[in-house]
Structure formats: structure tokens, C-alpha cells
Design a protein around this ligand. Structure first.
Ligand code: RIB
Length: 301
């Protein structure tokens, strides 16, 4: 098996507006100037893993439009192989509408567009999937395509269950997955109950209810909790003043994929992933904020 990491997932053009507060239902809020920034959970994770030194392929779909050109070029500039990033004629590229608040917190609406044109049949015989040592998945493409990718993978399968389906994850997907990495909100959705993020026992119980031996829960500024079989390890995050948390979670998951591909334990992976996620939150935007390993050290000193 190679040390190849393959990401099967979404690419979105993010339309980002800084706001004094996020609008509530029926409210209009005046924000700052908007920015158009390459994003999408899948593409972010591919770019992040490549910047951290991984050999990365991306499998996805974009529209035949200007946004698609920007999305492909951001991936290629990071050194991601885009042989399986194809244009579709009958849908626009995915976009995400993002507001970023003064604390760097965000709210996101995704219009998947071309991302939902990646079909299970497109994944059937892809060497990029069958020959990868790690396949990294999210849920911004059709669920049956995510399941097809997980089934075809022969290496480790890591799932970022975002956005989390309200009715939980299908067992046929969970059966194919080695490591699940939800954030605290996604964990509560998947466990279908309230979870107290300050209560480690509650987090562990909720994680174990997924019936996957390896779960890593990301907890934002509180760090991460690694549940590896019987072992539970709390990993604190560096203290930072966040500028924009967009893609910090993607950077964390990419760092985990790079560590797993290098044969490290989940605990070792999480120790570096909390630093990569924190460094990402110190810069604005999704893909422009994703750091190299050297930048992580500079940003956190
Ligand atoms: O995780 C952040 C990403 O979520 C954004 O880049 C946006 O495109 C959505 O996919």
C-alpha cells in the first residue's frame, strides 16, 4: 500500500462576509466587504494534507464555470493531484455562503451544485481510492457516493461526518469506516441526544454509542478527545485569539490523515492536529489559511 491520501468530497467557492453578529431569522445585518475564497470541506482537507507534506489526490466534481477554474487552480497550486476532479456541464460549482463573526466563529450555508453529481459509479474502479493508504471522506457529496468510496477503499477510511445527518449515519457506512472525527455538535446529532462538551464521560459514552472503536472528537478551543478502543486521551489545544475558524476543523482532519498515513497513533496525530487547527484559525478564509508544518510553528510561537 502506498502512502497516498485520497480525499473524496466537495469543492465550494466560499462567499465570505465579516459580520458584527450573525443574522437571526428574519433579520438583516450589514457586514463588511465580501471575499471569494476557495473552500469546501473535501478540497480544504486535500489542500491542508498536501501543505503538510502528504501525497494527495482529490476526487470530486465542479461546474464548467469561473468558480470551477478557481477551485481547480487552488488544489493544483497546493500540489494536489486533480486527475479525478471532473467538470459537469449541467450544474454550477458548489458555493458556500459564510458569515464570520468578531470572535472568528462562522455560520455556513452550502449549495452543493456540481458536488452532488459525483455518483457511486464514478468511484467504482478508481485506483486513487483502491490504492490509497488513507481515504478521507466528508458528507457534502451524495451519501451513496460516500458509501461507495468507503467500500472500495482498501486502506484506512477516515470519516468527517459533516454536515451530520439528522437521522444519524447509515450502518452500511459506519461498517466501512476505521476512524470517525466529529466535532461536539456532530457527535450530539449522531448520538441523537444532548452531549455536555465539558463532561468527558458524557463525550466518551456518546462516542462509544457510534460503535466504532476509533473516534476523535474535536472540541474547538478545548482541544480533542481521542477514544482508541479502551484508551481515552484528552489533548489540549494551544491558546489563541481566533481570526476565522473556517477550515480549522478541515485542517485538523487533514493532519490526522497525514499522521495515520505515516503510521502514527491517533494520540500522536491529535497532538499535531490541534496545533494545525489552531494555526489555521489565526488567518482569514478557508484554503488561504491552511498552513505548512513550518508555518504552524511560526504562527504558534
Ligand atoms: O469546513 C469549512 C467549509 O465548509 C467551507 O470552506 C465551506 O465551503 C463548507 O464546505
Amino acid at each position: 500500500m502506498s502512502d497516498q491520501i485520497t480525499v473524496v468530497g466537495s469543492a465550494n467557492l466560499d462567499i465570505v462576509v465579516p459580520v458584527p453578529q450573525h443574522p437571526s431569522r428574519g433579520e438583516t445585518v450589514l457586514g463588511g466587504d465580501h471575499a471569494r475564497i476557495p473552500g469546501g470541506k473535501g478540497a480544504n482537507q486535500a489542500v491542508a494534507a498536501a501543505r503538510l507534506g502528504g501525497a494527495v489526490s482529490f476526487v470530486g466534481r465542479i461546474g464548467a464555470d469561473a468558480a470551477g477554474v478557481e477551485l481547480r487552480s487552488s488544489l493544483m497550486n497546493a500540489g494536489v493531484s486533480c486527475a479525478e476532479l471532473k467538470e459537469v456541464a449541467d450544474a454550477p460549482s458548489g458555493i458556500a455562503l459564510i458569515t464570520v463573526g468578531p470572535d472568528g466563529d462562522n455560520a455556513i450555508v452550502v449549495s452543493p451544485g456540481a458536488n452532488f453529481h459525483l455518483r457511486p459509479a464514478d468511484i467504482e474502479n478508481l485506483d486513487a481510492v483502491t490504492k490509497a493508504s488513507v481515504v478521507l471522506l466528508q458528507l457534502e457529496i451524495p451519501m451513496d457516493s460516500t458509501i461507495a468510496a468507503a467500500r472500495r477503499a482498501k486502506g484506512k477510511v477516515i470519516l468527517d461526518p459533516a454536515p451530520a445527518p439528522a437521522d444519524g449515519l447509515p450502518r452500511e457506512l459506519l461498517d466501512e469506516v476505521d476512524v470517525v472525527i466529529p466535532n461536539e455538535t456532530e457527535l450530539a446529532t449522531l448520538a441523537r441526544r444532548h452531549v455536555d462538551p465539558d463532561n468527558q464521560d458524557d463525550l466518551v459514552d456518546a462516542a462509544r454509542s457510534l460503535a466504532i472503536p476509533q473516534v476523535v472528537v474535536t472540541l474547538g478551543s478545548r482541544g480533542a478527545l481521542v477514544i482508541d478502543g479502551a484508551e481515552v486521551t484528552a489533548v489540549p489545544a494551544p491558546v489563541i485569539e481566533a481570526v476565522d475558524t473556517t477550515a480549522a476543523g478541515d485542517a485538523f482532519r487533514a493532519a490526522m490523515a497525514v499522521s495515520v498515513a505515516a503510521g502514527q497513533t491517533l494520540e500522536q496525530g491529535a497532538a499535531s492536529a490541534v496545533r494545525v487547527g489552531a494555526a489555521t484559525a489565526l488567518r482569514f478564509g478557508a484554503q488561504p489559511s491552511l498552513p505548512t508544518a513550518t508555518e504552524v510553528d511560526h504562527l504558534l510561537t
